[in-house]
Design a protein around this ligand. Structure first.
Ligand code: DC
Length: 215
């Protein structure tokens, strides 16, 4: 399952995984986890040689976590609570566009997929990571709609950003995802595109659930 930032991949994926008894895995968390490690190690994303060496020497493991999700351990430490810090948020697009880092992460993602029934979410799952997936879903929604949802989430978390600032950040991140040269965000040719703009979370889940049952 692929799609742009804040389109609801994790919310949909978690509910769907629960309904199907599958594992849910968000590959964005993996890029975030490695970005966290690079920040701790003081390696800047521009320093690709050191960054790749660090990626090769990082122990990234996965253990069953909350609500059917996989938790990520970096060098034995569970860092799930640190993945959304402003520092990680800022640096992750630059780390995720380094081809060699992606090669290492994609190999790990394919290993995880071998474990069995899984819903994997990201930007390049249908196009690069699992081109043979049984079902490929690409979620879309307008930037304005996604910004409204993200703004609501932030309000509920007690953060105070303006809707305009959320929208501007989202558009900036879309640009980075769509226009990067390695594994840009795009639907696979055989992906089913679902515009979630006019649908509730449950409606999206039900739609994909029906598609899975028809496989
Ligand atoms: O979905 P997210 O915001 O947690 O993703 C974090 C970053 O990782 C974001 O810059 C997009 C990138 N990413 C990627 O390049 N490929 C993936 N399969 C998943 C995420």
């Amino acid at each position: 399952m692929d799609g742009p930032v804040a389109v609801g991949k994790s919310s949909v994926g978690l509910l769907l995984a629960k309904k199907l008894g599958y594992i849910f895995f968000d590959t964005g968390a993996m890029y975030r986890a490695f970005t966290w490690k690079s920040i701790k190690a003081g390696v800047l994303p521009e320093n690709e040689v050191d960054l790749c060496r660090l990626a090769e020497n990082s122990e990234i493991h996965f253990i069953p976590g909350k609500e059917g999700c996989l938790s990520i351990l970096v060098d034995g430490r569970n860092i799930m609570d640190e993945l959304f810090s402003p520092q990680v948020e800022k640096a992750v697009p630059a780390v995720a566009k380094v081809a060699e880092v992606r090669r290492i992460m994609v190999n790990k993602q394919r290993e995880i997929a071998q474990r069995g029934k899984i819903i994997m979410a990201g930007r390049d799952i249908g196009t690069v990571v699992l081109p043979e997936a049984d079902l490929k879903i690409f979620l879309t929604a307008s930037a304005e709609e996604r910004a409204k949802r993200r703004y609501q989430e932030l309000l509920e978390r007690g953060e105070s950003l303006s809707l305009d600032a959320v929208l501007a950040d989202l558009i900036r991140r879309d640009e980075l995802d769509i226009h990067r040269s390695v594994s840009p965000l795009k639907p696979a040719d055989d992906a089913i595109i679902i515009d979630t703009g006019a649908l509730s979370l449950q409606e999206v889940v039900d739609k994909i659930y029906a598609l899975v049952l028809n496989l």
